[in-house]
Design a binder for this molecule. Structure first.
Ligand code: Q46
Ligand code: ZN
Ligand code: ZN
Length: 313
């Protein structure tokens, strides 16, 4: 029997990359402590800042919200209802789980209902405006970014926290490295500083493997949506994750090393001469319709998507 490194009891989770096994209770304690360490290490936010937590109803975002609430941070949850009806009402089901989670803990959950607010669901917007295999996801990305910024500003949250874990980050890193997208590599950070119209964006779970956030959710009785969004099937991100998991099996710790040595190299200036390279490009202008920062002249991409003038992809 594998034993907990702290108390010698029966271990519930083994983390080969840290050479560590912990029992149920000590694993949860460790998970909360490590999250706080990440928040401090990357100077994500302070106690007097209100944090908007983007929750999807999945294990990562609910685990994150649970931990931040336990640590005593002031949080507001944001659920963005995308109007995805496949997989037995995916959006309604995940909203119900997010609502149950918030109600059980007395936390405030805000809901942005995309079809009610903009008259169309994500799949409908995608069918109207985009071509290509993963069209729903590209439209979804634009709408989610817009909705998160909008809610953060409206609710007076200077910080937006998302539940991205290390598997997510390593998959993005792998993708950007395959194509040497230096711009994207420069922007991939646990923290993106705030700028006018944008909250600071932080990823406090970025050093946890996906199986650890799942273990935290399960061990803490958090009910979450198990299925992936139906539009994620066959995505590059899932393919990359599977590849990295093969590597991890051969050589435990590969994913963590891949991501953490990248961050270290970047902090040492590997990707930018002198600059830290961690800022979003400064927004130059503001959209005349929604008021959010945009790099294009005239309406922003989101507003062009909603009014039908977005270029076809
Ligand atoms: S929610 Fe949206 Fe994802 Fe679904 S439609 Fe694609 S991007 S897969 S994270
Ligand atoms: Zn223990
Ligand atoms: Zn706009």
């Amino acid at each position: 029997m594998m034993r907990c490194k702290k108390c010698g009891g029966k271990a519930a989770v083994q983390m080969k990359q840290h050479n560590l096994a912990l029992c149920r209770e000590h694993f949860s304690e460790w998970f909360v402590e490590q999250t706080e360490r990440t928040i401090h290490k990357y100077r994500m936010f302070k106690r007097d800042e209100r944090v908007l937590v983007a929750v999807s109803g999945g294990k990562d975002s609910l685990a994150l919200w649970d931990v931040l609430a336990k640590l005593g941070y002031e949080t507001v949850g944001l659920y963005i209802h995308l109007g995805i009806e496949e997989a037995e009402g995916y959006s309604d089901h995940s909203l119900a789980l997010a609502q149950a989670f918030a109600a059980a803990r007395g936390l405030r959950l805000e809901v942005t209902h995309v079809p009610e607010r903009y008259g169309e669901s994500i799949p409908q917007m995608a069918a109207r405006t985009a071509r290509g295999r993963h069209r729903a996801c590209s439209v979804c990305g634009v709408v989610k970014r817009h909705s998160m910024n909008e809610a953060a500003m409206r609710l007076g949250c200077g910080v937006l926290a998302t539940g991205h874990n290390l598997d997510d980050e390593a998959a993005v890193l792998f993708n950007n490295t395959l194509s040497w997208s230096v711009d994207m590599l420069l922007r991939q950070n646990p923290v993106l500083p705030e700028s006018p119209g944008f909250p600071r964006k932080v990823k406090p779970l970025c050093r946890f493997y996906e199986r650890e956030s799942a273990a935290y959710a399960i061990l803490n009785g958090i009910e979450y949506v198990y299925e992936e969004c139906p539009h994620a099937v066959g995505s590059t991100s899932l393919v990359n994750k599977a590849l990295l998991n093969q590597l991890e099996q051969q050589s435990p710790g590969s994913k963590l090393r891949f991501y953490s040595t990248f961050l270290k190299a970047k902090a040492q200036g590997a990707f930018a001469s002198g600059a830290e390279g961690n800022a979003e490009p400064p927004p130059l202008q503001f959209c005349p319709s929604c008021g959010q920062p945009t790099t294009t002249a005239g309406l922003c991409l989101f507003c062009r998507l909603v009014d039908g003038s977005a270029p076809q992809e």
